[in-house]
Design a protein around this ligand. Structure first.
Ligand SMILES: Nc1ncnc2c1ncn2[C@@H]1O[C@H](COP(=O)(O)OP(=O)(O)OP(=O)(O)O)[C@@H](O)[C@H]1O
Length: 525
């Protein structure tokens, strides 16, 4: 058996009140794709940030090729060929690819953009990355921006690449292209460490997987012969079902009526075109589509976070002209995709974040926010019900692990007892155990009669939870389907997402069909 190329042993890292790494180990071979798996808050990011020099370990050692390695900073890590692609890309959007690569290499102190461009072309041809050095970042799709991040590292001779949740925002096609690149890098002798919660992707791409639980490494196993169930068990210490039964129930009265809803994106381009649908109490409408087809814009227009034209009625009441706070006070709740920027205030504590947005509410929660003891009890109940792992209620939200922050926001919005919940990517970045909890929570909301608009890039999630599915393509509702759970349905949705068979007139017809019969909508006024 080959000796590890990179070896992290007995790593301990303590933050105030949190033991994030507690005797963590990781051994990676040359030419290997190695996955790092663990529950939300298990300590994966911390371990990777230690390897990349962003944090210093309190104890333990790192060796490279058998030699002790001290990584005091990311520059140190890069000097030893260790690079990291973060979940949020670190690119200047107004700069070209070449300018971004040059900017990353501040050590060189020269600005020969022609030489940088030539190097990008060389590296991208070598690994099949297909990047135009002169392209401006803001014009590139997410999948290509990610390739730029990889090229940035390769141009600086990185040989060990850490990728944090690299497929979270990619389409299926982009994911396949990324995996092809990773395989080429590995066969060229690079080592890839991929941090992900997606078990099927681990089985597809990685040779071995190291599993962490509560800061400790609990195992390192080959993926050959393993299964999603086995990995999940190793990770959470119990069996995970991977599904959530959706009980049959008759939807109640119309809660939401949307007509002719249109809006533009940040660049002023039309992003949502004349969307129309109705939604009843106790019904989940899944919004499917390849990322960037108007899903986020639809969610934001519904909750008043984006200017729009057309009509949104909640229980027959027109929402036009009302801001998000007013809509929340009338029974809407919203879980945005971007948790760190739009979903919570990073500098505030878990306790304060548990109350965010409630200042204006006149409901049963009125007065709560002036009563310290009740605030704490409310926050404590949220943390316990939704399994938010936090050192304390006064812990800053910005220091929670990604998954725990998501659980905090989800719990906060559900505890509002909304009549309409608009939720985007509810399980992005969550471990399989947490996904189960979130799915059950959303189905319990449905059972209570909440109407839910569910935007998700995961078709499995949409098909598990939704009663009906609307597919957005080019900003239009290109199809609306009843979820009968059939394989044929999955195929039809897939085709619709790819724009197959969705002409503008068909899309209009689908949008009309998406609305309930006239009299039912009007009856709800
Ligand atoms: N800068 C920090 N200060 C205090 N605590 C921190 C800090 N960074 C991380 N932690 C804590 O360390 C623990 C491990 O977090 P980490 O982000 O490493 O987990 P993770 O396995 O990457 O989780 P996820 O899958 O949710 O991203 C968590 O309890 C987290 O709140």
């Amino acid at each position: 058996m080959a000796a590890p190329w990179l070896h992290m042993r007995g790593i301990v890292k303590r933050f105030p009140g949190v033991l994030a790494n507690d005797d963590a180990h990781l051994a990676v071979r040359r030419g290997e794709i190695h996955a790092l798996l663990g529950e939300n808050g298990a300590g994966k990011s911390t371990l990777m940030q230690i390897l990349y020099g962003l944090y210093q370990a309190d104890a333990g050692e790192i060796t490279l090729d058998g030699q002790p390695l001290t990584v005091g900073s990311p520059a140190d890590a890069m000097a030893h060929g260790i690079g990291m692609v973060h979940q949020e890309f670190m690119l200047v959007r107004l700069f070209t690819v070449a300018e971004n690569v040059a900017l990353a290499d501040r050590q060189s102190r020269t600005l020969d953009l022609a030489a940088v461009a030539a190097r990008i072309t060389e590296v991208s041809q070598q690994y099949g990355l297909q990047i135009d050095p002169q392209a401006r970042i803001e014009q590139l799709p997410i999948g290509v921006q990610q390739r730029v991040e990889i090229v940035k590292l390769l141009c600086r001779d990185a040989r060990i690449l850490i990728l944090d949740e690299p497929t979270a925002v990619l389409t299926a096609g982009e994911k396949d292209r990324l995996f092809a690149v990773l395989r080429r890098l590995a066969s060229d002798g690079c080592a890839i460490i991929i941090v992900t919660h997606k078990l099927h992707e681990i089985l597809e791409i990685a040779e071995r997987v190291t599993v962490m639980r509560a800061g400790k490494t609990v195992g390192c196993v080959p993926t050959a012969g393993s299964s999603e169930a086995a990995l999940a068990r190793l990770m959470v210490g119990r069996d995970v079902t991977f599904t959530a039964p959706r009980p049959v129930q008759t939807p109640g009265p119309v809660v939401l009526q949307v007509e002719d809803l249109s809006t533009t994106d940040e660049r002023g381009q039309q992003a949502l075109r004349q969307a129309g649908f109705c939604l009843r109490a106790g019904e989940i409408l899944g919004i499917a589509g390849v990322d960037g087809n108007g899903q986020s814009e639809l969610a934001e227009a519904l909750v008043g976070a984006r200017p729009s034209s057309g009509s949104v009625r909640l229980h027959g009441r027109e929402m036009r002209g009302l801001d998000t706070a007013s809509r929340r006070a009338l029974g809407m709740a919203y879980i945005p995709a971007d948790r760190r920027r739009a979903g919570a205030v990073m500098e505030l504590s878990v306790r304060e974040n548990a109350l965010l947005g409630m200042q204006n509410l006149l409901s049963h929660l009125a007065g709560l926010w002036r009563d310290e003891a009740r605030i704490s009890a409310h926050a404590q109940r949220l943390v316990e019900t939704f399994g938010v792992r936090t050192a304390s209620l006064s812990f800053p939200a910005g220091k929670l692990s990604g998954g725990n922050l998501q659980k905090l926001i989800l719990g906060r919005e559900l505890m509002l007892k909304p009549q309409l919940l608009v939720v985007e990517q509810p399980t992005r970045g969550l471990d399989v155990g947490a996904i189960e909890v979130v799915w059950q929570a959303l189905l319990a909301e449905r059972q209570k009669g909440t109407a839910i608009v569910l935007v998700s890039a995961e078709l499995d999630e949409i098909l598990t939870l939704s009663d009906r599915v609307a597919v957005l393509y080019g900003g239009r509702i290109a199809g609306l389907f009843d979820n009968d759970g059939s394989a044929a349905l999955r195929e039809s949705i897939g085709l619709c997402m790819a724009g197959v068979g969705a002409s503008a007139s068909q899309a209009d017809a689908a949008a009309n069909q998406a609305a309930l019969p006239e009299q039912e909508c009007h009856a709800a006024h």
